[in-house]
Design a protein around this ligand. Structure first.
Ligand SMILES: *Cc1c(COP(=O)(O)O)cnc(C)c1O
Length: 457
């Protein structure tokens, strides 16, 4: 059979960029469990949600039935500055590994924020602007989301207040300055500016913070200022919806060369890039049109899918956000230091959790030293210095490719390369000096925080 030679980079043309986001919930027979009001423990209404989130985003959050949402022209125009993102055939990595597998990665690091997060940031800033708001508040862990949101807000001339997890604030001064250059106000979290921040500081003296804490602070900041709303960079179903552009473009690029993916791999923090990447493929699985092996990869230090419990939990440490049913380690779980800050979250998107529970994907946890080894292997041959988060997916893609070497299978392996690691050089430095440690929580650590799960029916 004659096959077209597949180029190193499969580019889509601007006009081939998706015009609609795809909502995988529409094709799920069993939907993710509804999110609950933290006070009443009843499913949240659109009206209640609209006091925290922008109206259109609240609508998207609760819509389980609309399969396609048109992408507004203004958002598409912004996307055109850095999209469509290339799908790269990792010829050099294949050669280095000596594998018969074909490895592809979707590269989302081609913008100043350095990650996929801009895809949702621009959408959220747009809807806030359209609603006539003055500004938005948010949290950021490693800083990628805060950077993305700062860029999006400055584009639409909106105020942007970022609560940044304290360890990153101190470890990553350059991230902070990128945000400030785009006009954002950045506060280390937990801070003394909010009630919840003061409470957490009192309860955990000297804490370097967590995403969960920073979320609570940002929500409080939004609800205590007029004409502000809170926006979130992951976990929520609306974010997965926006991130579906990753999967839609990946699928369009593969289809162009009649390539059928066998294995699809993504790293999982809150689940948005993974959910976005796999959505169109899982949609086919749900409709009985195709089958794929889907793998979520998480850090061994924060293993929500592989060692968590599927239950309702708070999305934040301060317990002000709606509750979601998800794979969780408990909202009081304080992950040990890990250099993949974007993956240090106790829970997981309720969509990804439900798909995992239905057996539509597998999950693996990997230790960070092995992740950085994979990152270095990749960087040396493929030319891109990957983010530690993304390198979780690289690690498992390499493992899968090496399995193919043993069996001689020519599988098509596709993974999400969510971003670049230029702001993670402290972590790379630790790795290069041989000082990196692998922290794995004990069963006791996990059961302690699981014991504090809210009692919901
Ligand atoms: C934030 C981030 C992630 C993890 O977030 P998800 O919502 O799980 O996608 C992964 N990679 C990079 C580069 C990130 O910035």
């Amino acid at each position: 059979m004659e096959t077209k030679k597949i180029p190193y980079k499969i580019y889509l043309e601007e006009k081939e960029m998706p015009r609609e986001w795809y909502n995988v919930r529409a094709d799920m027979k069993k939907k993710p469990a509804p999110i609950l009001n933290p006070t009443t423990l009843k499913p949240v209404t659109e009206e209640e949600l609209s006091s925290i989130f922008c109206e259109e985003l609240a609508r998207q959050e609760l819509d389980d039935t609309t399969a396609y949402f048109p992408i507004p022209e203004e958002i598409r125009d912004f996307y055109k500055m850095y999209r469509p993102a290339p799908l790269v055939r990792a010829y050099c990595l294949e050669k280095k590994l000596g594998t018969p597998a074909h490895i592809y990665y979707k590269f989302e690091g081609n913008n100043t924020s350095g990650s996929h997060k801009l895809n949702s940031a621009i959408a959220q800033a747009y809807y806030a602007k359209k609603q006539g708001l003055k500004g938005v508040t948010t949290e950021t862990g490693a800083g990628q989301w805060g950077t993305a949101l700062s860029m999006a807000c400055s584009y639409f001339d909106m105020d942007c207040q970022v609560y940044m997890v304290k360890c990153s604030y101190e470890q990553k001064p350059f991230r902070r300055e990128v945000m400030r250059t785009y006009g954002a106000k950045v506060t280390p979290s937990p801070s003394m500016k909010t009630e919840v921040g003061r409470r957490i500081n009192e309860e955990f003296p000297g804490t370097m913070g967590s995403l969960g804490c920073a979320i609570s602070e940002a929500v409080e900041a939004a609800t205590s200022q007029e004409n502000y709303r809170y926006v979130l960079g992951s976990v929520l179903s609306q974010v997965l919806l926006h991130q579906s552009i990753i999967g839609l473009e990946t699928k369009a690029a593969l289809d162009k060369y009649h390539i059928k993916a066998d294995v699809i791999i993504g790293c999982a923090g809150g689940g948005s890039n993974l959910g976005g990447l796999i959505s169109p493929f899982v949609g086919e699985m749900l409709r009985g049109e195709a089958d794929y092996k889907v793998i979520a990869v998480e850090p061994a230090s924060c293993p929500s899918l592989t060692r968590g419990t599927y239950a309702y939990d708070f999305c934040d440490t301060g317990k002000v956000c709606p509750l979601a049913k998800m794979y969780t380690l408990g909202s009081s779980f304080m992950p040990s230091a890990n250099h993949a800050g974007g993956l240090r979250y106790h829970g997981m998107s309720s969509v990804v959790s439900e798909l995992y529970d239905q057996g539509l994907m597998e999950a693996r946890s990997v230790e960070q030293t092995a992740v950085f080894e994979a990152a270095q292997t990749f960087a040396k041959v493929e030319g891109i210095l990957p983010a530690p988060e993304s390198s979780h997916a690289i690690k498992v893609a390499i493992d899968e490719a090496l399995k193919c070497k043993e069996t001689g299978e020519e599988k098509n392996i596709v993974f999400g390369l969510t971003g670049t690691g230029y702001f993670d050089m402290v972590a790379y430095g630790k790795f290069n000096d041989g000082e990196m440690k692998d922290y794995i929580p004990t069963d006791e650590d996990i059961s302690k925080s699981i014991a504090t799960l809210p009692k919901v029916n």
